[in-house]
Design a protein around this ligand. Structure first.
Ligand code: ATP
Length: 235
């Protein structure tokens, strides 16, 4: 479904991605783990066209997207939940969710999806008329994921969904990630610093260091790998 070939991305003179290659098949949850500053967020930004690569190629379902503007990439079915949530703080929960469905005009299906995200996160239904900015951190993350789901993405990019959240909320969010993948066949590319959590939910993983992919394997094998355990799982 998604393929990156030797992707190189820069911020001015700083090279953040030094030739990244990876693949994600339809229906998978694939995680990208690595330390601070390894280039995980930049990888997602390159896929969704916000920080386009300077060299290399990115294909979505066989179609080159590395020169495509971000809005066109979204319309193909790739949707990102950015780090730090970035919901619209002055819009209500319902208005935030409406924004997620901005590109759609299938009203009945939108209503169905709204009921679906409310079933995933009942607290959002309770808070539907509350301003997004007044929600708790965990609720904002739920809203950010739900807003992305309202676009009915084929590929969902999640950037650090666990960041700054209480363990119980994190557990709930990761259960929903698994559910969305298995019930809707939504393909998920998950960037996480919490490697333990990410490898538990993912089918496969890539390890990134200093702008390069250094390892890839099934999530189970990565969890059992001595180097990964020492460097990323704190074992
Ligand atoms: P974290 O887990 O801390 O979010 P990351 O693995 O997602 O880290 P990136 O945010 O992709 O890492 O950053 C990769 C490199 O690019 C870092 O060295 C960072 O300082 C640099 N970088 C990121 N954004 C910018 C920017 N807007 N301008 C200049 N350099 C940047």
């Amino acid at each position: 479904m998604l393929e990156l070939k030797n992707v190189q991305t820069f911020y001015g003179n700083i090279q953040a991605l030094k030739g990244i290659s990876l693949q994600i098949a339809e229906g998978e949850i694939v995680t990208l783990i690595g330390a601070n500053g390894a280039g995980k967020t930049t990888t997602l930004m390159s896929v969704c066209g916000i920080v386009p690569p300077r060299a290399g190629e990115i294909y979505f379902e066989g179609q080159p997207i590395h020169h495509m503007p971000a809005n066109k990439i979204v319309s193909l079915g790739i949707c990102q939940v950015p780090e730090g949530r970035r919901i619209f703080p002055y819009l209500t929960v319902l208005e935030n969710l409406d924004m997620g469905a901005f590109l759609r005009n299938d009203k009945a299906e939108i209503k169905r999806d709204l009921d679906y995200v409310f079933s995933l996160f009942p607290i959002l239904a309770e808070r539907r008329n509350q301003a997004g900015g007044t929600l708790s951190g965990g609720e904002q993350q739920m809203l950010a994921i739900s807003r992305a789901l309202m676009a009915r993405p084929r590929l969902l990019l999640l950037d650090e969904p666990s960041l700054g959240l209480a363990p119980l909320v994190v557990k709930q969010i990761f259960e929903i990630i698994r559910k969305v993948n298995s019930e809707n066949k939504t393909t998920i590319f998950l960037v996480e610093q919490n490697a333990n959590l990410a490898l538990k939910v993912a089918h496969r993983g890539y390890v990134m260091e200093n702008g390069k992919i250094t390892m890839t394997d099934t999530a189970a094998n990565l969890m059992a790998n001595e180097e990964v355990r020492k460097a990323y799982l704190g074992i």
